[in-house]
Design a protein around this ligand. Structure first.
Ligand code: NDP
Length: 279
């Protein structure tokens, strides 16, 4: 797998190309803050933005994308259906609301934000409908563990397999089994909190690789994820960090260094466990 340029993409199982790098906008304020972050990212060469209805900044994301002058088809937009909107009819309504806010003609990737028990299968049927009608170019899930995926994939009426699973993934949470399962089922894994919100930067292994490659700790961590074949969507509202987080395409960690980084796994999470979320 060669990931050498900011414009490099991975081909999802339906043939859609998705950039390896995107900008996350969780906790970025609607209005100037989100518009400036998206503008900075697009200027830097990012072509993928990860938002969600829950983040309440879809309008700003849409405005910044439209104002950029970059052709719509060159930009990949992800949004997500929130937990309280799950269920078939509710999801279809939530999608209309997100579409209206984004105002970008179509959505590239629509995700189920969390596997709400008793609801996510109906939510998935709504996503399938949106996909088959051409309203979204790809559909997927987020925060699905292997058992959620198995349950969904075993559905006899399943019409479309998820193309993506976006989960918490960083060196402290190297989800090897999930990664393997997704690979076997042609589901592309995508890392949220890929920087572990900064909590792993001081680790000696990260520091040592940072010195060796003359790269920042953030760049080392993101590169480790990319070399595992995992999409990354680091969040920042600062242009210099947005640029820094994109400086991950001109070096390569050696196999033993990947192993060293793998060894940082402890299972520690910065977000909720999908089975213990207060649904
Ligand atoms: P990240 O791991 O991306 O870390 C973001 C934090 O790190 C911010 O505080 C940011 O601060 C700081 N930061 C960014 N770049 C650097 C850098 N180079 N050096 C030092 N600090 C840096 O965490 P997120 O939780 O935001 O995850 C990324 C994205 O994933 C989200 O924005 C969202 O799109 C998605 N996500 C999805 C979830 C889901 O349930 N599906 C859950 C959580 C996130 P500053 O902005 O001040 O630079």
């Amino acid at each position: 797998m060669k990931i050498n340029h900011i414009s490099d993409t991975v081909t999802l199982h339906n043939g859609v190309e998705m950039p390896w790098l995107g900008l996350g906008v969780y906790k970025v304020q609607e209005g100037n803050e989100v518009e400036q972050a998206v503008e900075a990212a697009l200027r830097t060469g990012y072509r993928s933005i990860d938002t969600a209805a829950y983040y309440q900044n879809e309008q700003g994301v849409g405005r910044a994308v439209r104002a950029s002058g970059i052709p719509r088809e060159q930009i990949f937009i992800t949004t997500k259906v929130w937990n309280t909107d799950q269920g078939y009819d509710e999801t279809l309504r939530a999608f209309e609301d997100s579409s209206r806010k984004l105002d970008l003609d179509y959505v590239d990737l629509y995700l189920i934000h969390w596997p709400v028990p008793g609801k996510f299968k109906d939510t998935w049927r709504a996503l399938e409908k949106l996909y088959l009608e051409g309203r979204v170019r790809a559909i997927g899930v987020s925060n699905f563990l292997v058992h959620h995926l198995r349950y969904l994939l075993a559905e006899p009426d399943l019409r479309v397999k998820p193309m993506v699973n976006q989960v918490e993934f960083h060196p402290r949470l190297y989800q090897q089994e999930l990664l393997q399962f997704c690979r076997e089922n042609e589901i592309q894994l995508e890392a949220w909190s890929p920087l572990m919100r900064g909590k792993i930067f001081d680790h000696p292994v990260v520091q040592q690789l940072s010195q060796k490659y003359d790269k920042t700790p953030a760049q080392i961590v993101l590169r480790w994820e990319l070399q595992h074949g995992v999409i990354v969507i680091p969040k920042s509202i600062r242009e210099e960090r947005i640029r820094e987080n994109a400086g991950i395409f001109d070096f390569q960690l050696a196999e033993d260094e990947m192993e060293q980084m793998n060894g940082l796994h402890t299972g520690e999470r910065v977000g909720p466990h999908p089975d213990h979320f207060g649904y």
